[in-house]
Design a protein around this ligand. Structure first.
Ligand code: ZN
Length: 176
């Protein structure tokens, strides 16, 4: 929450970060891709057959956002590298949620495959609601949000920002 010229601005941190990551991911998918961080201890995950299929179908896009995935026999895969979109990022959880979403066709309303992937990744990789950010992280997020092409909405079409103009607050406090 912060004060602007003549208004109070409230930001939904998940929606805001999701928007930032969506645009970053679209750039990574259509450009050179983003590098993942190599793991000293690779993560092994067991997937359902549908999820395994999704990993194969989206292998190229997963590697472009930084997930280096290798089949490990049976239904297991090994993650050798993962993206690092923020300090509290939980790579295993993000990968599991992302792959489940991809297998189920979540956000299927987006016709374009790249957009659908970027929206799903953005949602799952973003800061969660309720995670505590320090003031510098909040400021950085807000700067990145307002540098986006479409700042006010997240990938689900919900607003990322609510503005309360001074005159509205004054009216509600019976001062106008
Ligand atoms: Zn979301």
């Amino acid at each position: 929450m912060f004060e602007a010229d003549d208004e109070l601005v409230v930001v939904d941190q998940h929606s805001a970060h999701e928007r930032v990551l969506y645009e970053q991911t679209m750039a990574a998918l259509t450009g050179t891709g983003g590098a993942g961080q190599r793991l000293l201890l690779p993560l092994t995950l067991d997937l359902s057959p549908e999820e395994l299929e999704a990993v194969e179908a989206y292998a190229e896009l997963l590697s472009r956002v930084g997930f280096e995935v290798e089949p490990f026999g049976g239904r297991s895969v090994v993650l050798h590298a993962v993206p690092n979109p923020h300090p509290r990022f939980d790579a295993r959880r993000c990968f599991e949620e992302l792959v489940t979403d991809l297998a189920r066709g979540r956000l299927g309303g987006l016709a374009n495959r790249l957009e659908r992937f970027a929206a799903t990744y953005g949602c799952r990789a973003a800061i969660k609601a309720g995670q505590r950010l320090d003031p510098e992280e909040m400021r950085a997020l807000i700067r990145r949000l307002f540098a986006c092409e479409l700042p006010p909405h997240d990938v689900h079409g919900r607003p990322a920002v609510v503005r309360l103009p001074r005159h509205e607050l004054e009216r509600r406090f019976g001062r106008s």
